[in-house]
Design a protein around this ligand. Structure first.
Ligand code: KG4
Ligand code: ZN
Length: 341
């Protein structure tokens, strides 16, 4: 019998291009195995059909490895948690089907987890970093999403601002593509940005009707035009100025994100600010948030690097809280590509 003090959960994340499996003991991560899919880099983006095939190949060895690393037997598990959405449907189906079969075979509860909620609750994994108190604002920035979420409890979250077109990760990746950098380009822009002058070039900030919403497609077009114009005049423009271009793009994106956060903090009166999602690995946003502690008297929360990009540990922590709350799913539950909280 499990008690509140001893719950083992196996979690599966397969919403995009990483197959990840984690085992948690309560809110502590025992293992968090991530199999990256290299195949997509040659296509400049994730190819959904290839992603689901790779998940299919990875899932058994990754589950095996996660159990091995955690040093527990599958019979000791109390529940199976899995990502139900949002994400690529074919990819989600691999994790969903595997989770269902495993829960059925072991006769233990099945727990579905919203991927975006998981990015936010990753802050509650037992680590050395401080956990945000409720209520807090969370800027969730990934390759698929850009949201400002007001979090009042583990399961009480409200999106108060979101992107109307591209996600911020896409803005990074598409800009990188324009510059001829490989996919995913976000980390590469970040790397070059750290060596360049952020004020070398100025890009226009997009305007949105709702002050808390985002729009990045105009910025992408602006960058494309700027590059095309300069390359026409000087074919080696990108090569000669790569660091400055990257620094300027990153500076603009970070300024957009920070302005929205400032507005959200003003509107809600909340000064506890967290970030989540793959783009929170970005050095520019991390520095800007740290500076904001002094500048605006905020308390900011930045998750450990391992739990920012897609990983199953974040699915496991939601699974743990749902387990305590007895929020279980029927075996007939189905994955969903688009879903809100
Ligand atoms: O959360 P995530 O791993 O997957 C999604 O759910 O989308 O986020 C991936 C995104 C990609 O767009 C990637 O380029 C971006 O996060 N990313 C970064 C950095 N590290 C990852 N963007 C900017 N700077 C980084 N250091
Ligand atoms: Zn994600």
């Amino acid at each position: 019998m499990s008690t509140k003090n001893s719950t083992y959960i196996l979690a599966i994340e397969s919403s995009c291009d990483d197959t990840s499996v984690s085992v948690l003991h309560n809110d502590k991560v025992l293992s968090n195995v991530v199999a990256n899919q290299e195949i997509h880099s040659q296509y400049g983006g994730v190819v959904p059909e290839l992603a689901s095939r790779a998940h299919q190949q990875n899932i058994v060895p990754v589950v095996h490895q996660a159990l091995l690393k955690a040093n527990i037997d599958k019979k000791e598990l109390h529940a199976i948690a899995f990502t139900i959405g949002p994400g690529l449907l074919g990819s989600l189906l691999v994790g969903t089907s595997f989770a269902k079969s495993m829960a059925l075979a072991l006769d233990i509860p099945l727990i579905s987890v919203n991927h975006m909620q998981a990015h936010i609750l990753a802050h509650f994994i037992d680590t050395d970093t401080e956990k945000p108190p409720f209520p807090f604002l969370c800027l969730t920035i990934s390759g698929g999403h850009t949201q400002i979420v007001k979090v009042t409890d583990y399961f009480s979250m409200k999106i108060i601002g979101e992107t109307l077109d591209d996600a911020v990760g896409e803005a990074f990746d598409k800009s990188a593509k324009i510059l001829g950098l490989s996919y995913p380009g976000g980390p590469l822009i970040d790397k070059h940005a750290q060596l360049g002058n952020p004020k070398a070039y100025a890009f226009t900030h997009p305007k949105t009707k709702n002050k808390l919403d985002f729009s990045f497609s105009g910025l992408k077009t602006g960058i494309l035009r700027f590059i095309q114009k300069n390359v026409k005049e000087n074919p080696t423009f990108i090569k000669e100025n790569l660091n400055d271009i990257c620094a300027s793009i990153q500076y603009t994106i970070v300024a957009i994100l920070m302005n929205k956060l400032k507005e959200a903090s003003k509107q809600t009166g909340i000064q506890h600010i967290a970030i989540a999602g793959g783009v929170s690995a970005n050095s520019g946003i991390r520095n800007a948030l740290t500076n904001a502690e002094k500048q605006y008297n905020w308390k900011t929360y930045i998750p450990e690097f391992e739990y920012t990009t897609d990983n199953a540990a974040m699915i496991g922590i939601v699974g743990y809280y749902k387990y305590l709350d007895k929020q279980f799913d029927a075996i007939s539950v189905t994955a969903s590509a688009r879903m809100k909280f």
